[in-house]
Design a protein around this ligand. Sequence first.
Ligand SMILES: [Zn+2]
Length: 287
Amino acid sequence: MRKWFLASAFILLSGCSFSGFGASDTQVSEGTNTKLAYAQNWTTLEVGKDQVYQGDLVLVNREKAIRPEALPDDIIRLGEHPELTEGFALLDPSLELSKEVALKFEQMTAAAARDGVKHFRISSGYRNNSEQDKLFEEKGPDYALPAGHSEHNLGLSLDIGSTAGGIDQSSEGKWLKKNAWKYGFVLRYPKDKSGTTGIQYEPWHFRYVGLPHSLIMKEKNFVLEEYLAYLKEKKTIFAKANGVHYQIEYVSVSKKTDVPVPAEGRYTISGDNSGGVIVTVPLKEAA
Ligand SMILES: [Zn+2]
């Protein structure tokens, strides 16, 4: 789990209201917005290979296994945190999840409740390798992934159900399809992308990738495989999402590599689990 690096107080998306804002409000362009980029003070940060294997954008699938560096350090048992689980039910109180993701999910379900949608239930969260092994043995390769290849082993994914019926037909499922990306979550295995993801449609499985990435993925109709390939190809993209300007840069990392980061303000670094890192910088408006 990558946290925002905080070099100085810089209030970002927390507490923002997303009402009345749709996918078309996200603008993406390739290359740098030089006017905004030059208005920042930049420095460099030395990044090691270990950074490639951790973070909110790490790609995990049948081909790509989780590296030990990716193992989350903020896993909590949801049943022990009533303050985080007020807005939804748990299939089992022993369910675990990254605390950061639990917080984001709680914010999302609170927003859904304001729209009158309030029958969410988490049916699966973080699974350790032995739990994943067991599942794989029970369900077989057609229905489960081997240990280390499931996003559930990352702590960043969860299976969401509805206590009011099947998720696909429920108000909860419909609300998520429309809104989850505003809160940093993506529907990881859409119906029309199974050729790319290698996984059949799973209306219940959501992955946390964080903002603004979920917004850009929605705008571009990308699954994570496609989004990371796009970033790697373009190297630098510029996005305006929810009124905030972002520079997103892909940097290949071999051994120790200097990556450009802002001298002040917040930014995140996440690996792609292949050969690079993605540096996400909210840019201040040019003076
Ligand atoms: Zn799942």
